[in-house]
Ligand binder design. Sequence first.
Ligand SMILES: Nc1ncnc2c1ncn2[C@@H]1O[C@H](COP(=O)(O)OP(=O)(O)O)[C@@H](O)[C@H]1O
Ligand SMILES: N[C@@H](CC(=O)OP(=O)(O)O)C(=O)O
Length: 453
Amino acid sequence: MKVCKFGGTSLADANQIRKVCNIIVSDSERRLVVVSAPGKRFDSDIKVTDMLIKCAKLAIAENNYNSNLDEVISRYAQIADDLGVPDIMNEISADFTKRLIKDTDNVKFMDRVISAGEDNCAKLVTAYLKSIGYDSNYIHPGQAGMLLSADFSNTVVLDQSYEKLAKLKNIKGIGVFPGFFGYSLKGDIVTFPRGGSDITGAILAASVKAEVYENFTDVDYVYSVNPKIIKNPKPITEITYREMRELSYAGFNVYQEDALLPVYKAGVPVNIKNVNNPTCPGTMIVKNRVHTNSPVIGVASDDKFCCIAINKYLMNREVGFGRRVLGIIEDEGLNFEHMPTGIDDISVILRESQLSDDAKDRLIEHITTELRADSINVEKNLCLIMVVGEGMSHNVGIAARATKALASVKVNIQMFTQGSSEVSMVFATSKADCEKALKALYEEFFEVRLGND
Ligand SMILES: Nc1ncnc2c1ncn2[C@@H]1O[C@H](COP(=O)(O)OP(=O)(O)O)[C@@H](O)[C@H]1O
Ligand SMILES: N[C@@H](CC(=O)OP(=O)(O)O)C(=O)O
């Protein structure tokens, strides 16, 4: 059995959905299908999930959301009409309308509303497959056993789900499973972080021990660098789970970072493929790969970080200082990403989205009073660039090549770390330098240079 997931770009309109269904029915092993909500049809378009977030926010603020809701319903109606299944719209339009009645708290309400994008898309795809003569069934995530933690918008799968979902192995016909959400033990709808339909697919693939998890998107391959930043980059044909996890974390949003653990544990390979070019073999994500000459497999960047730099004279002699810093971060409910240190300073790197002005003031106050630091500086707009590759661990001089490349374009490195596994190196630069730095690193490791060098 193959589990296949189709992303929002693959479901953006009726034409794309026809392509998706042709792909599904062209292989009888494709029996468990995960769908996202319709995504962007063109660059300036809006994803259905974003339209639903807008509706939910308006409803929470007690503002009128009717015209926004109408826009969502019209997008589905247009697709249903074009696919020749207009009757399904009665159910879909009633569902959107009902979910927007605000009868619960804000976090539960938000997840209930935004999950409707995938849920109704699954109903639409099921209706279309039926209309062209295939035995297809919508699968209700709660009834199938997609049980998740009650962390709204940031849920994780509960272990018991795998055993329950394993029963889908015996499903008859084609099962269409809505991605991005499941149910808490109390029966509330909970969603994964954004891009979470990839996680749904990974959980299902692990549960049914699929021969492969096919993840269909709008690019032929995962490339060595984001193709939106550098044109025609080098394609990656094979990459390990570990390398992909590092690159997804650092900005390769083609595959959600949390979608690696389930398939890694179950040993299910992932195949990233293009819905617009399904005969292209795409990228395989596997446990071990054949190493080529290049020590680096990809470079990725994400510019939404900030740094809390704490300085105190003789910090290195103060027993428990680091533990107390981390204790404060924990007390403030923050996740930290990296913690480079010097003898008298510690920097804590966080995702900027966590640090509202209030949270920042509280954190500074907490550190000042508890640690009696000499100075605390918060720097926003920090970009992290990761250079990733398992080949780096047995190659000398990679860091030197990277720093030389950054120096040659006059990029100031604000922080540099390398984990002991030596699978990745992380450079922090200012947001303004981010693209320049990424290009320099890509050129250094992937572009063939002519002449004497
Ligand atoms: N290294 C990369 N290789 C391929 N695509 C990438 C990479 N980094 C970022 N992307 C972007 O990821 C996009 C696909 O992800 P996404 O838009 O979430 O697709 P879907 O809607 O199918 O889930 C591509 O169009 C591409 O712009
Ligand atoms: N629709 C959700 C979940 C998702 O996975 O979407 P996509 O497959 O389009 O990245 C989102 O936009 O976050």
